[in-house]
Design a protein around this ligand. Sequence first.
Ligand code: FMN
Length: 222
Amino acid sequence: MTTSPAGALVRRPSFKRPITPDDVPHPISCGPPLMAVRIVAFSGNTHRPSRTRALVEAVATEVARLRNVDLKIFDLVDAGTGIAVASRDALPLPAARIVEAIEGADALIVGSPVYKGAYSGLFKHLIDFVHPEALVGKPVVLAATGGGPRHALVVEHALRPLFGFFSAQTVPTSVYAGDTEIVDGRVSDAIVLERVARAAAELDVLLDLDLRQSDPRIAAAR
Ligand SMILES: Cc1cc2nc3c(=O)[nH]c(=O)nc-3n(C[C@H](O)[C@H](O)[C@H](O)COP(=O)(O)O)c2cc1C
């Protein structure tokens, strides 16, 4: 990021060479690219199959039912190995591409497995590379999965403050599933499904409000 003669903030590409589609191991992508809202779903799972990814996909599917979306779903497996670096410039290209996608999306669906009562360290590590102003006003659904019901509030006391740092617009309804509530890669619990639908509907409303248009920080970064 530098300052132009007119004083406006100008983004500089932080990578040594242009990233090509071949650098990324095929995220799930659906929906026509034109006129569609760009939704990026990011799940902090490190292995597949993953309940966190299944939960994030459930929210994404519900949002896609409500409006025309250009949907990309990533997880930490897509980021590849070697993300334990200290600077964004040193990120492997697949991981850098995910950070770029998160920054460029119109809205996000993010989820993490609960590790030791919080989001996973690697999930946070990748989010740490997101530019501090890239998510201002961006609508975000928050999701998490855990080994049981006890840590459902991790979404509220860990994920929500993290996205509060970014001044993102997190939807009021968070989504959490314990070990018995996702079976064979599908949300099987009626209450979780109800919250998935409510969170998706709230994201849909926030996308219509589009508060980002009027935020001076967004205008400055463009
Ligand atoms: C290192 C580690 C720490 C964990 N800590 C917790 C925890 O504090 N609370 C909890 O409910 N589950 C905990 N779990 C269980 C995972 O959150 C749970 O299995 C999760 O659904 C896994 O998601 P995934 O299938 O997307 O990887 C932990 C699992 C691991 C591997």
